[in-house]
Design a protein around this ligand. Sequence first.
Ligand code: DQA
Length: 147
Amino acid sequence: MTSILILNGPNLNLLGTRQPEVYGHITLDDIETLCRSHGEALGMDVAFLQSNSEGALLEAIHSAKGAHDGIILNAGAYTHTSIALMDAISSVELPVIELHLSNVHAREEFRHVSYIARVALGVICGFGAAGYPLAMDALLGHLTRDG
Ligand code: DQA
């Protein structure tokens, strides 16, 4: 069975109350439920994690090698700053889809820069929580096509 890791970075634990005008009212628990039910429909095993710590996100990416077939990563603000996360993705050689709830390109200029995008299979942003099942479909399509 295909197994994926859905990894969420800093401040995403605050979804539901955090800047609802940008991120909506959906909570991270709601997103996890959505991903788990979509995973069941796709016949996919889903691990779902969130951390505010860059180190813990790095460890989760390292541990994904051999345990999962691919990663969906919403690295939050670390997207725009973390060469370490970029290097971790290059090191484990797993397909990674970069994900954002908001359309980062329609926001401040510093959000237009992504270290993750340089090593990602692709990027999904701007569709809110619906981006998660979209990313799961895209990752499964990639894994199925490429064997
Ligand atoms: C985000 C976009 C980032 O720029 C921001 O720092 C976040 C959330 C999103 O999902 O839209 O924390 O990754």
